[in-house]
Design a protein around this ligand. Structure first.
Ligand code: ATR
Length: 262
């Protein structure tokens, strides 16, 4: 039987992970089967353990279970510890291992656009789980300065207090959304505003060369404003492919080329 993989979440119908992993397998000549697994909101642990008990090789975890997956792991990667969330699980020597590939997915998506991260100055709007997961991988890619702007300033300040020791080489600071200003290489929208259909206002005092929207397939006032300024933009499909590639690499030891799947 081919190796079994799955993505677990609730809801799960919308997940593109099976088609991505099957495409990677085809490209790299591996045989695998990757399915979607809907777990009840109170049934993550039972469903996940059942999958591995039945010989599952690896599992991706999506909303709303990434923190529960983190809590369930016996062994965690450094980046998963910092993100406090896990999206990639596997069994090794009888122990549940967890990693978080979301941030590396963003890094690779940005690099595939040929936008420069080394020594870059980046503004991230939002201070939730999505932002927490990308700070360390961005710092490892050589980003020099990260400003986190959030509607609730205290949340951005708390995130910086939590993460500053993990990224000693990176200059981290917080800004409120009302005070949004400055000159940046890249601005990243990590809020859930476009998912809920809310507008974000990018004032004239905020200047940037490139704009990345982490969500994809939704109308985004953030992207509309960036496009109106004529700067290069991207939405988050590349990040989705990037995180999937990094999970595939961990499980199978082969890394597909991101640009082949955009
Ligand atoms: P995720 O895990 O996707 O990051 P989250 O932890 O719920 O989700 O965080 C959502 C982020 O989007 C937060 O930074 C939130 O701002 P607050 O901390 O002030 O709540 C931000 N956000 C959501 N809707 C927004 C809106 N309409 N305008 C600005 N920021 C918004």
């Amino acid at each position: 039987m081919s190796k079994q993989f799955a993505v677990i979440g609730n809801p799960i119908e919308q997940s593109r992970s099976p088609e991505l992993h099957h495409a990677f397998a085809e490209k790299t000549g591996l045989e695998l089967h990757y399915s979607k697994r809907l777990a009840p909101l109170d049934g993550f642990d039972a469903s996940m353990h059942e999958f591995f008990a039945q010989g599952g090789a690896g599992m991706n975890v999506t909303v709303p279970f990434k923190e529960q997956a983190f809590a369930a792991c016996a062994v965690l990667s450094e980046r998963a510890k910092i993100a406090k969330a896990v999206n990639t699980l596997w069994m090794q020597d009888g122990q549940l291992h967890g990693d978080n590939t979301d941030g590396q997915g963003l890094v690779e998506a940005i690099q595939a656009l040929d936008w420069i991260l080394h020594n870059a100055s980046i503004l991230i709007i939002g201070a939730g789980g999505a932002t927490r997961g990308v700070i360390y991988p961005l710092a490892q890619a050589g980003v020099k300065k990260i400003v986190i702007a959030n509607r609730t300033l205290a949340r951005a300040e708390q995130l910086i207090a939590d993460l500053k020791e993990a990224v000693p080489e990176t200059d981290l600071s917080a800004l409120s959304l009302e005070a949004l200003q400055g000159n940046f290489d890249i601005v990243i929208n990590a809020t859930s505003a476009s998912l809920s259909g809310d507008a974000l206002i990018l004032p004239e005092a905020l200047q940037f060369k490139q704009a990345y929207e982490m969500a994809y397939g939704k109308p985004s006032s953030f992207l509309d404003q960036a496009k109106a300024r004529g700067v290069p933009t991207s939405e988050g499909f590349g990040m989705l492919v990037g995180q999937a590639i990094e999970s595939f690499r961990i499980w199978n030891g082969i890394k597909p080329e991101l640009k082949d799947f955009l």
